[in-house]
Ligand binder design. Structure first.
Ligand code: 13P
Ligand code: SF4
Length: 358
């Protein structure tokens, strides 16, 4: 098939999505994360970062079906927060988040038990990044902790430390460290829990001293950014502003001018002066959209030589979206993400705690 055949096929699919969306308008809402490609993003009824999408799903009483153009943990959170008669559909079951996969419920539970062998009088408050399995959120909910997102991690961590003498943060080491350091916690009060090591690779003394214990998960997309790239842009374009996502390493966040969730990055560019220059350290599809939108500014992807693409988000293709819409029309909705009620009830505790804290 030639490139022009592919383009014709895609155009046909796009028109069919438009038709199906119009036919099903009363029954569906399409939620879209900012990392989706434009060919999906154009169909969004609601867009947002993880926090905004979770809030919007929780508040929407209308549709029978939420079609989640994001990744699996986002669809799970929406299912937990929406009504029993509403269904959440993920157009591709393989659209997961590799970072979330780095902390399973049983792994987290085993680490928690092991931590308490050092001293079972520790008051540990667990915090899980929203990029995690429902089972991890349920564990955190049961233990009195909270979910956080990239836009409220500092606030939630502060809350956790006000309630206990330690916080155990899963699964993103970097978001955890960036938040802890922003709260003034020193590096020697932070321990990293390495999943495959006894006591996470720490001595008992290190665990006793730690105020924050970080699971060693990471996002490989945000690992593609470095402090050297920040230096490059500062040398090349004096006066340029650098903004990055807090899933980047601490030295990248430190050398940037500011950091924020995807929604925060969008707002910073929106509120900036015409003529200003920006290097942005987050997923490429969002950066491409910012470049297209802000024609009066100069916007660059922070990395010049790596793709910075979330390949699991990219599994939500127009074809997959159309199949989902067709399946609703035919009365056999496909791709439902449904969290077991006993898990959902506990996970809801930790999600609602976050919504109350922020
Ligand atoms: P946001 O909540 O900032 O949109 O981030 C979600 C995510 O997966 C970033 O990698
Ligand atoms: Fe997960 Fe990273 Fe993709 Fe976000 S960008 S969904 S953290 S893999």
């Amino acid at each position: 098939m030639t490139t022009s055949d592919n383009q014709n096929n895609e155009n046909i699919i796009i028109r069919e999505i438009q038709d199906r969306k119009a036919e099903l308008a009363d029954n569906i809402l399409i939620l879209c994360h900012h990392y989706q490609e434009d060919r999906i993003y154009q169909f969004a009824d609601l867009t947002g970062d993880s926090l905004k999408l979770a809030r919007q799903a929780a508040q929407a009483d209308k549709p029978e079906y939420f079609i989640f153009c994001g990744v699996h943990f986002m669809a799970e959170s929406a299912d937990i927060l929406t009504g029993a008669d509403q269904k959440v559909l993920l157009p591709d079951a393989e659209a997961g988040c590799p970072m979330a996969d780095m902390a399973t419920g049983p792994e987290v539970e085993a680490a928690w038990q092991e931590l308490l062998t050092v001293d079972n009088s520790f008051q540990v408050v667990p915090v899980t990044y929203v990029n995690s399995f429902a089972a991890v959120k349920a564990f955190v909910g049961e233990k009195g902790g909270s979910v956080c997102t990239s836009s409220n991690a500092e606030k939630v961590l502060r809350w956790a430390l006000s309630r206990g003498d330690k916080a155990f943060f899963f699964p993103d080491e970097h978001l955890g460290r960036n938040s802890a350091r922003a709260l003034g916690i020193a590096e020697d009060e932070i321990a990293v829990w390495q999943r495959d090591k006894v006591l996470g690779g720490n001595s008992e003394d290190q665990i006793r001293r730690a105020r924050v214990i970080l699971w060693n998960g990471f996002c490989s997309v945000h690992m593609e950014f470095s402090a050297a790239q920040v230096d490059y842009w500062r040398r090349k374009e004096p006066g340029i502003k650098v903004i990055v996502h807090p899933e980047c390493r601490h030295e990248v966040v430190q050398s940037a001018d500011m950091y924020g969730s995807t929604e925060g990055i969008i707002a910073a560019l929106e509120n900036s002066e015409p003529g200003s220059k920006w290097a942005v350290g987050t997923e490429v599809n969002l950066v491409k959209r910012l470049i297209k939108k802000h024609t009066d500014k100069e916007v660059h992807l922070l990395s010049r030589d790596s793709p910075c693409k979330c390949t699991t988000m990219a599994r939500i293709t127009p074809r997959a979206l159309l199949q989902t819409l067709n399946s609703i029309k035919e009365g056999h909705p496909r791709g439902q993400v449904s969290v077991a009620p006993e898990v959902a009830d506990k996970a809801r505790l930790s999600l609602n705690r976050m919504l109350d804290i922020t």
